[in-house]
Ligand binder design. Structure first.
Ligand code: ATP
Length: 293
């Protein structure tokens, strides 16, 4: 039996940096949101090994790939003897602040838990996944959530309305570690009002959601790459209701009332060498976010 899965990207509607912890990670609080943009993965059972092939974007197919590492982690954790042949088709831009690698790892844990019959609960998978990356528990949960700790403690929030999203990914990447290392507490930056954002989500109020978009990593990312602020201005000029850099960047997203308007904004956007992707906020209600078939 082979299994297909979609691994959804995320954006951050808020991101607050609370301070640096003794273990070197930063304590954060953020409202995270799944979007429709996804990678495809296909899993087939094999006798003993894990093999991975990757299509698109020149990512490593070996042990450095988060898909391979997630498969290996689950296998070791449950003493599994079976193997898996995995194919990853990449659509989510890499090192972009969209948690593409974490989404792939989350989809791998869910699919292989099913294929190998390991019987772990979602909570067990979230505990296992956080060993590989702070965003993996959120990617396993999906939807709209408040994340704390280093991002791994997630709590489901009411569903965000299905707004249109225009993603603009500049031609450079930003390393998450480098952005956090460059963040300086003493420089005053706006703090997000998470409660205000959650209230806006509860009221389905797109304008209020847009007026509460704040990412405390954005000023430092703009210092490292000033092009980010140019992209923000161009997206607003093209008609986005609100704009923000996602995660540690460099992708900037613009929100619109619906998908049609997102297409219109993308068409008006004055593109140079950026990649522009139109998608939407995803909320599947009670259905699983990582759909396997
Ligand atoms: P985050 O928002 O969680 O910080 P990101 O979107 O900035 O993540 P990713 O696309 O997840 O970044 O990639 C981060 C790093 O992980 C890259 O340097 C990439 O080489 C490595 N990586 C390993 N496996 C994968 C994968 N399956 N997809 C994407 N990147 C991967």
């Amino acid at each position: 039996m082979s299994i297909k899965a979609r691994a959804r990207a995320k954006i951050n509607l808020t991101l607050e940096v609370l301070g640096k912890r003794p273990d070197g990670y930063h304590e954060v609080e953020m409202v995270m949101q799944s979007i429709e943009l996804h990678d495809y993965l296909e899993f087939s059972p094999t006798p003993g090994k894990i093999t991975l092939t990757v299509e698109g974007d020149g990512l490593p197919a070996g042990a450095q790939n988060l898909v391979y590492r997630a498969a290996d982690l689950l296998r070791g954790h449950r003493g599994i003897r079976q193997g898996a042949s995995i194919h990853l088709k990449k659509y989510i831009p890499v090192a972009a602040g969209l948690a593409g690698g974490s989404a792939d790892a989350a989809a791998t844990l869910i699919a292989l838990n099913k294929m190998w019959g390991t019987g772990l609960s979602l909570l067990d998978l979230m505990k296992l996944g956080e060993r590989l990356g702070s965003d993996i528990p959120f990617c396993l949960l999906g939807g709209t959530a408040l994340a704390r700790g280093r991002g791994e403690r997630v709590e489901r929030l009411p569903a965000c309305p299905g707004l249109g999203v225009v993603l603009v990914k500049p031609p450079f990447g930003l390393s998450t570690a480098h952005v956090y290392q460059s963040y300086k507490r003493e420089v005053s930056v706006d703090k997000p009002d998470h409660r205000g954002m959650i209230n806006a989500i509860e009221k389905n109020d797109a304008r209020a959601i847009c007026s509460h978009l704040v990412n405390m990593l954005e000023p430092v990312a703009i210092q490292l790459q000033p092009a980010i602020s140019v992209i923000k201005a161009k997206l607003l000029q093209a008609g986005a209701l609100g704009v923000l850099m996602s995660g540690s960047g460099p992708t900037v997203f613009g929100l619109t009332p619906d998908l049609d308007t997102a297409h219109a904004v993308a068409a008006r956007y004055n593109r140079r060498d950026e990649q522009v992707i139109v998608t939407n906020i995803l909320n599947t209600g009670n259905k699983a976010y990582i759909s396997c078939d």
